[in-house]
Design a protein around this ligand. Structure first.
Ligand code: SF4
Length: 283
C-alpha cells in the first residue's frame, strides 16, 4: 500500500483530546495501583476531570501518582465516538446517551487498535497475496467504524481478531526470516522464537536481539539499554518500566505508542518513525 495512505491512516489514529468528551477519564474502570492512586468505577468521571473535559492535573500527572494516564493512548477512538458516532453530543448534555457512549468507546478502541496493526503490516514489503488479504481486512475494519452505536455494540470483534492475528503473524514471520537470512549468525542455531517469554527484569543490556519474536512476552523492567531491537516483533508484549535507553528500535515491529509510553528511554533511543518520543523520557 502507498506510504501516503498508511500515513493518513496513522494520522487518523492520533488522539485529539480536544475533540473528545473525556471518555478515557470516564468510561473505563480503573483500579487503584502504583499507576493510578484511586479506584475509578466504569462510567464515573475521574475526580480530576474538569467541566470542559480537560484534566486539571495534566501538567503533573506523574508527580501526583497518575503515571498510567500518561501511558494511555486511545488511538483516536475518543474523538470518533464523540464527534462521529454521537455527532458531537456529550454525555453531560445528553444523559440519555451516556451509558451507550461509554460502552461504545472500548469497542471503538479495539477496532482502532486492529486498524493500526493492519496499516503497519501493509507498510512492509510483503508478498502480494498477503498484502491483498490485509487490504481486505483493513477495509472491513474501516467499515466497522462507520456503523451506528447499536450495530457496534453487537459486532463480534473476535471474528476480526482471529484472522487478523494470523495475517500479522505471517507478516512478522516473513519480515523476520528475511532479516535473519542476512544476519551473520543465521546458521549457528540461535533461537529466534521467544513468544510469551518470561523475561521480567532480565539483563539484556547491549544484546543483539534482532529479528527475535517477542510476541506477548513479559519484559517488565527488563534492561534492554543499548540493545539492538531491529526487526523484533513486540506485539502484545508487556514493556512496563523496561529500560530502552540507547536501544535501537528503528525497525521493531508492531510496537505501539502505549507500550513505548510505559518504558524508560532517552534521547539516544532510536524509535520507529511513527512513534513519538515520550515527554517523560530523559533527554
Ligand atoms: S487524572 Fe486526569 S487524565 Fe487521568 S483519568 Fe483523571 S482526568 Fe483523566
Amino acid at each position: 500500500m502507498y506510504n501516503e495512505t498508511i500515513q493518513n491512516i496513522r494520522e487518523s489514529l492520533r488522539a485529539d483530546c480536544t475533540k473528545c468528551f473525556g471518555l478515557c477519564c470516564t468510561a473505563l474502570n480503573i483500579a487503584a495501583s502504583s499507576d493510578f492512586p484511586i479506584n475509578k468505577p466504569a462510567g464515573t468521571p475521574c475526580v480530576n476531570l474538569q467541566s470542559n473535559y480537560s484534566c486539571q492535573i495534566h501538567s503533573d500527572l506523574r508527580e501526583r501518582g497518575f503515571k498510567g494516564c500518561t501511558v494511555f493512548d486511545c488511538l483516536g477512538a475518543g474523538q470518533v465516538v464523540s464527534q462521529v458516532i454521537f455527532k458531537g453530543q456529550s454525555w453531560r448534555g445528553y444523559p440519555e446517551i451516556r451509558e451507550k457512549m461509554f460502552r461504545v468507546f472500548p469497542v471503538m478502541e479495539q477496532i482502532h487498535e486492529m486498524i493500526a496493526y493492519t496499516a503497519e503490516a501493509l507498510s512492509y514489503d510483503i508478498p502480494r497475496a498477503l498484502s491483498d488479504q490485509l487490504s481486505v481486512q483493513l477495509k472491513e475494519l474501516q467499515n466497522l467504524t462507520k456503523l451506528e452505536a447499536e450495530q457496534l455494540l453487537s459486532a463480534d470483534l473476535v471474528m476480526y481478531r482471529f484472522p487478523l492475528n494470523k495475517l500479522l503473524s505471517e507478516t512478522s514471520k516473513y519480515i523476520r526470516e528475511s532479516l535473519i537470512a542476512k544476519l551473520p549468525n543465521a546458521k549457528n542455531g540461535k533461537n529466534y522464537s521467544h513468544e510469551r517469554a518470561d523475561w521480567i527484569g532480565k539483563k539484556l543490556r547491549g544484546k543483539d536481539l534482532r529479528a527475535i519474536n517477542l510476541r506477548g512476552a513479559y519484559l517488565i523492567a527488563a534492561d534492554m539499554s543499548n540493545a539492538d531491537l531491529r526487526g523484533v516483533d513486540f506485539i502484545g508484549a508487556d514493556l512496563r518500566d523496561a529500560n530502552l535507553t540507547g536501544a535501537n528500535l528503528s525497525t521493531s515491529m508492531f510496537v505501539t505508542q502505549m507500550q513505548i509510553n510505559s518504558t524508560k528511554g532517552d534521547g539516544k533511543t532510536i524509535l520507529p518513525s511513527h512513534i513519538q518520543r515520550p515527554s517523560h523520557w530523559v533527554q
